[in-house]
Ligand binder design. Structure first.
Ligand code: UTP
Length: 450
């Protein structure tokens, strides 16, 4: 063994992971370098800790939680905070987008029904529109993964950041974590590559701290973050009513969340509940069937608040809890090679555990976490799958329906079948369209972009 090899070996032996050097002698110099960088990036203490810890094992007392109404009561406070430059937008865009099967970062996916604007452009234009309306700067914090970081940066630069200043966009990369087999051993994806996966959307908090994002916010005076996933074209990223409620004395919360009412008990969304007295999102697979089906006297679901991954977080709170989120583990098929033969393993069933953090795990850590209801047809049309539910097709339909209802509310006469797209540059809600030039009527075969 040469010096480097024996140093790595020593480091790995302490955690029974020296098998990842099985093919060291066969590797080219650049492959050795790659493997060395990977090994040095792994926090083995954390790794040992989360392997030994029984995750998700606490006994849970699940109860319904209060869901607040969202109206304009605190709009003034929300507007003042936006105008004062206290709001930043946080977008998690590091996911692998496996279900959608799009070759680039999911944010580059053409998402709108007529012009095919990308998911990134939709958020950028909301920021542009609000910055103009409130005469302020709204910085955009985007989390990428190691895999999609450079493609994301190139896409934004190639598109001139859709009109935003590059200096108001802070791009940072989430961490990765090794997958392990059922005995806790790391796996080799290739002879020179350990099988790693992104650390989940919950990795965003520690990545923000490590990248200097939280410090950058303090320097700018950004006090609150509006959190949106990259894949929901209807998400209202800058909602003064929601921001105002978060700031109001009534709520005095560190984390606020939006929900939509579940369509049926079996809908596969996480549900807001009180768990051991704290507000949490319980995954659909963890909500006991009797609770999922429980109805009140009027026949309405008792556990009805479905999570749509929209939150306001107080920056000081994130600074306090940056590294406190728990790990979740999931039994998955993780491509790997056989350590004896070096050949690809054939996987018929899950062979390994992947570890991830979930952003909604910040909720029980916040003081007085609240959840408010928003309307599904106004704010939730995610693009997750190639076809069927939550696909581009269902999202297009919902985008068209919302556009039609906004225009109708402004007195436009619209015949059925018209295809309408409203640019985020025109406004963030129906009332904003009062300032836009609108047609009097739209015929059934017309395709209209506002
Ligand atoms: P999803 O859980 O829907 O995952 O992410 P995904 O990667 O988009 O799609 P699948 O499951 O592989 O098909 C919800 C949001 O969280 C981000 C995604 O980019 C998306 O905005 N995310 C997810 C991350 O930023 N990092 C992760 O590790 C996981």
């Amino acid at each position: 063994m040469n010096g480097l090899q024996s140093k790595l070996h020593e480091q790995l032996v302490a955690f029974n992971q020296e098998h990842v050097l099985a093919f060291w002698d066969e590797l080219a110099d650049n492959e050795k370098e790659n493997l060395t960088i990977q090994i040095q990036s792994i926090d083995f203490n954390l790794f040992a800790l989360h392997q030994s810890k029984q995750i998700d094992s606490k006994s849970k007392q699940i109860e319904p939680c209060e869901v607040l109404a969202l109206d304009a009561t605190y709009k003034k406070q929300g507007v003042a905070s936006i105008e004062n430059g206290e709001i930043g937008i946080l977008t998690v865009a590091g996911g692998q987008g496996t279900r959608l099967g799009w070759s680039g970062p999911k944010g580059t996916f053409p998402a709108t029904p007529v012009t095919g604007k990308s998911l990134f452009q939709l958020i950028a234009e909301q920021i542009l529109c609000a910055s103009k309306k409130y005469k302020t700067t709204i910085p955009w914090y985007i989390m990428t993964s190691i895999e999609n970081d450079s493609a994301t940066r190139s896409f934004l630069i190639d598109n001139n950041c859709f009109g935003l200043k590059r200096t108001d966009i802070f791009i940072f990369t989430q961490g990765e974590i090794p997958a392990v087999d059922t005995d806790g051993n790391m796996l080799l994806e290739t002879k020179s590559n350990i099988a790693m996966n992104p650390d989940g959307h919950g990795g965003v908090i520690s990545a923000l701290r490590q990248s200097g994002g939280l410090d950058e916010m303090s320097t700018r005076g950004v006090k609150y973050l509006s959190y949106v996933q990259v894949d929901n074209p209807l998400a209202n990223a800058i909602d003064p009513n929601f921001i105002g409620l978060h700031l109001s004395e009534k709520s005095s919360t560190e984390a606020s969340s939006k929900c939509v009412l579940k369509i049926d008990p079996d809908e596969r969304v996480g549900v807001f509940c009180k768990v051991n007295g704290n507000l949490e999102v319980v995954e659909y697979s963890d909500l006991p069937e009797d609770k999922a089906n429980e109805c009140d006297g009027e026949g309405k679901l008792v556990y009805a608040g479905g999570s749509i991954a929209m939150h306001i977080f107080t920056v000081e709170f994130l600074q306090r809890i940056a590294d406190d989120l728990p790990w979740h583990k999931a039994n998955k098929k993780v491509p790997c090679i056989n350590l004896q033969t070096g050949e690809q393993c054939k996987l018929e069933s899950p062979n390994a555990y992947k570890f991830e953090k979930f952003v909604f795990d910040v909720l029980p850590l916040a003081s007085n976490s609240i959840v408010v209801e928003t309307k599904r047809n106004e704010e939730f049309a995610p693009i997750k799958n190639t076809t069927g539910q939550d696909s581009p097709e269902t999202s297009h339909n919902m985008q068209r329906e919302r556009a039609t209802s906004w225009l109708r509310s402004r007195g436009v006469d619209i015949s059925g079948g018209a295809i309408i797209e409203i640019s985020p540059l025109a406004g963030a809600c129906a009332e904003d369209l009062n300032e836009a030039e609108l047609p009097k009527a739209i015929g059934s075969d017309e395709i209209v972009v506002i």
